[in-house]
Design a protein around this ligand. Structure first.
Ligand SMILES: C[S@@+](CC[C@H](N)C(=O)[O-])C[C@H]1O[C@@H](n2cnc3c(N)ncnc32)[C@H](O)[C@@H]1O
Length: 224
């Protein structure tokens, strides 16, 4: 399907992806995923986890009783996602593009996506697709890593992302280029307000922004 350099990069770093995610976020990634689930306004229903990666969030939601479909373009990420999870309440996984979802209109109660927005080439298109597949009144929940609000933290944050992350990430994954990209993509990412504006222009009627852990992560909750 898609063999863009970003997807082949994710294919390469799959084996060490979960471990490095936890190390680099000091375990906060698990807390952030729980915050996404807490923000889902319905207790049951069908949820799309877009850019699901190794399926961590998808499996957590399935364990809570949601009917979860995870999609991603990276086959090796999907392979790992399929190996995880319990026998019951298992999420389903398919290879698909977040910019061209293979689902009918009004199919999901909610769409989630974690740590993926800054890797997508066209956010407008991704948000329009999310809007299309959601039922009227459905909710989109997007989480990504962002620049913290407090100005004095920013130099440390920037040093961490441009120096420590590629060094350790490079050694462990054997792919320093990938971790250089992942670090700098956070610093180059659009502002919270710009993302909210794109969500609104894609059709969403209300967008709430929540800063997590001082703003190193942000959750956008958008209502259709
Ligand atoms: C940083 S990982 C996040 C994985 C996961 N959501 C998590 O919480 O760890 C980003 C994922 O987005 C996927 N991806 C990038 N572009 C995509 C696209 N256009 N459609 C579907 N998946 C995509 C990558 O293959 C990768 O698995």
């Amino acid at each position: 399907m898609n063999t863009s350099p970003i997807i082949t990069m994710f294919d390469r770093i799959t084996p060490t992806y979960d471990k490095l995610n936890t190390w680099f976020s000091f375990g906060l990634d698990a807390y952030w995923r729980k915050e996404i689930i807490k923000a889902i306004p319905v207790k049951q229903g069908r949820i799309l986890d877009s850019c699901t990666g190794t399926g961590e969030l998808a499996h957590l939601m399935a364990e809570k009783g949601y009917e979860v479909i995870g999609i991603d373009l990276s086959l090796s990420m999907l392979e790992l996602a399929k190996k995880k999870g319990r026998k019951e309440n298992k999420a389903e996984f398919y290879q698909a593009d977040a910019l061209k979802l293979p689902f009918p209109d009004h199919f999901f109660q909610a769409e989630t996506s974690a740590f993926a927005l800054r890797n997508l080439p066209d956010l407008n298109q991704a948000f329009q697709e999310a809007y299309r597949v959601l039922v009227p009144g459905g909710t989109a929940l997007f989480l990504d890593l962002t620049t913290p609000d407090l100005p004095w933290i920013r130099p440390f944050h920037s040093f961490y992302l441009t120096t420590i992350l590629p060094f350790i990430g490079g050694k462990v994954s054997k792919d320093p280029e990938a971790y250089h990209y992942l670090g700098t993509s956070i610093l180059r990412f659009q502002s919270r307000a710009q993302i909210a504006q794109t969500l609104t222009s894609s059709g969403f009627r209300e967008v709430q922004i929540s800063l997590l852990s001082g703003g190193i992560a942000t959750l956008w909750k958008a209502l259709k």
